[in-house]
Design a protein around this ligand. Structure first.
Ligand SMILES: C[S@@+](CC[C@H](N)C(=O)[O-])C[C@H]1O[C@@H](n2cnc3c(N)ncnc32)[C@H](O)[C@@H]1O
Length: 210
């Protein structure tokens, strides 16, 4: 659930937890120096329009906006979107963050419905879709960071991620990028190339018609 914390920010928190112990979106905490060389940014290719179709708490969207992409975030969980929206609003009121925040928009709803209506067909070949679906926790692995645990508690696992990937690929988007755990198989066959980071891999699907 989302609620206001003692400092007036929206936080994602589990019911019954003490106010102020949840997670809020604070973009000033993110270091965006040298973003252009980050695997995520390299995988997303030439700067332009980008749809972050699984926005979550917007960490990746912020990096991509800092790198120069015009980012449209889509998030289907209302509590998660509420907390993200609050973080974007506070960033817009902060002189040091405004320039990046102005490159981010947020739509609440399912990307499976909104991807096609948000980007007209003629703009799709030059647009990138980015997907970072929630994947099941690995058994026996270290405890995930609190933000991931709270988002998981709010949204569960994204079992329909492959359907979203296939509809994005079939709709004529020039590039679709999927974040995967390093050791996981691609979400779908047909990866054009992958960019590996220390903690994740970014599988790039390119439309052969573009
Ligand atoms: C792993 S989190 C994304 C984390 C994000 N990349 C970040 O940096 O904070 C996945 C998010 O995608 C959202 N999501 C999954 N499928 C979606 C869909 N079809 N439409 C909109 N949001 C979706 C989930 O609700 C969840 O908040």
């Amino acid at each position: 659930m989302a609620q206001i914390d003692p400092r007036g920010r929206m936080e994602l928190i589990e019911a019954g937890e003490k106010p102020g112990t949840g997670v809020c979106v604070d973009f000033c905490r993110l270091d965006v120096r040298g973003v252009a060389t980050q695997p995520l940014v390299r995988a997303c290719g030439p700067r332009g329009r980008l749809i972050d179709a699984t926005a979550g708490l917007g960490g990746d969207a912020w990096i991509l906006a800092a790198a120069g992409f015009a980012v449209t975030c889509i998030e289907r969980s209302t509590p998660v979107a509420t907390v993200l929206d609050d973080g974007i609003s506070r960033a817009l009121n902060d002189d040091s963050l405004r320039k990046i925040a102005q490159r981010i928009g947020l739509i609440v709803g399912s990307s499976r419905d909104l991807l096609m209506t948000t980007v007209p067909p003629d703009a799709r070949p030059t647009s990138t879709v980015y997907l970072d679906p929630m994947y099941p926790p690995k058994e026996g692995s270290a405890l995930a960071p609190k933000s991931i645990r709270l988002v998981r508690a709010a949204v569960g696992d994204d079992h329909d991620a492959n359907i979203l990937l296939e509809s994005a690929r079939g709709a004529g988007f020039g590039r679709v990028v999927v974040k995967r755990p390093l050791s996981a198989a691609p979400l779908s066959p047909g990866v054009h190339h992958a960019v590996e980071g220390k903690l994740a891999r970014f599988d790039v699907y390119q439309d052969a018609r573009v």
